[in-house]
Design a protein around this ligand. Structure first.
Ligand SMILES: [Zn+2]
Length: 240
């Protein structure tokens, strides 16, 4: 599999010392944190923050698994992406009226610790707060898709490529449809949650007054465009 890697070069060497493309570079394997500190071969500290949201990364990982012929891992990654999207959407909805974003962000972290291992509780919280915010149900997986996902994730079912694509399109569609509503009705909170997530990821460096660099991996799944510019991905076409 072509692993998802994060590449960067030393900003000090690149800009301050005018080395341009001769500046020392680094390549990281993706980790669970979004913070990638490193020291270049000439001794400069760099503090790199990956700005992609977790669900975007999981969708990209799933796509790569599908292309490499692993339909089960494809389904597991997309199912995980949908759950991480619920988490993101909840953060956005609970952020909306806040004047103290960092406190809210940490309060949410404390809440999330309690439901982290209980996806049904996460989904219940998501549905209730979504309904309360928009007076309509969010887009969700239908019962057949849920049953298929559980068979793959919990029972070790190895799905056909066609079944995997059908499930992953449905999971992606739920993210896309709900994401479009968030962008349309809560755009500022979507942006704000991104800013605070970056700040929190690099807090240790922020507190030491270090210069932070953010990097965003380009994927077909980034929630960065205006709603009218969002294009629904055709998962079968992307898998090829
Ligand atoms: Zn350097």
């Amino acid at each position: 599999m072509s692993n998802l890697k994060i590449g960067s070069s030393c900003n000090h060497c690149f800009f301050d010392d005018g080395m341009g493309s001769d500046a020392p570079t680094v390549e990281f394997e993706l980790t669970d944190g979004n913070f990638y500190p490193w020291t270049c071969s000439r001794g400069h500290e760099n503090h790199l923050i990956l700005a992609n949201k977790r669900f975007e990364l999981l969708l990209e990982i799933g796509l790569r698994a599908a292309r490499d012929g692993y339909p089960r891992e494809f389904v597991v990654a997309f199912a995980g992406a949908l759950e991480r999207f619920y988490e993101f959407a909840l953060r956005v909805l609970m952020q909306a009226e806040s004047v103290d974003a960092a406190v809210r962000f940490r309060n949410f972290n404390a809440l999330w610790k309690q439901v982290r291992k209980h996806s049904e509780r996460q989904m219940g919280a998501f549905q209730a707060i979504w309904l309360n915010s928009f007076d309509q149900q969010p887009a969700m997986l239908d019962p057949n898709d849920v049953s298929f996902r559980n068979n793959v994730v919990h029972n070790g079912l190895i799905p056909s490529k066609a079944d995997a694509i059908a499930f992953c399109q449905a999971a992606y569609d739920a993210i896309f449809d709900n994401g479009s509503v968030l962008l349309d009705k809560r755009r500022r909170a979507v942006e704000w949650v991104g800013h605070v997530a970056n700040f929190e990821a690099g807090r240790e460096a922020v507190e030491r007054k270090k210069i932070i660099t953010t990097i965003t991996l380009v994927t077909p799944f980034s929630l960065i465009l205006a709603p009218e510019l969002q294009v629904r991905a055709n998962i079968a076409q992307l898998v090829g």
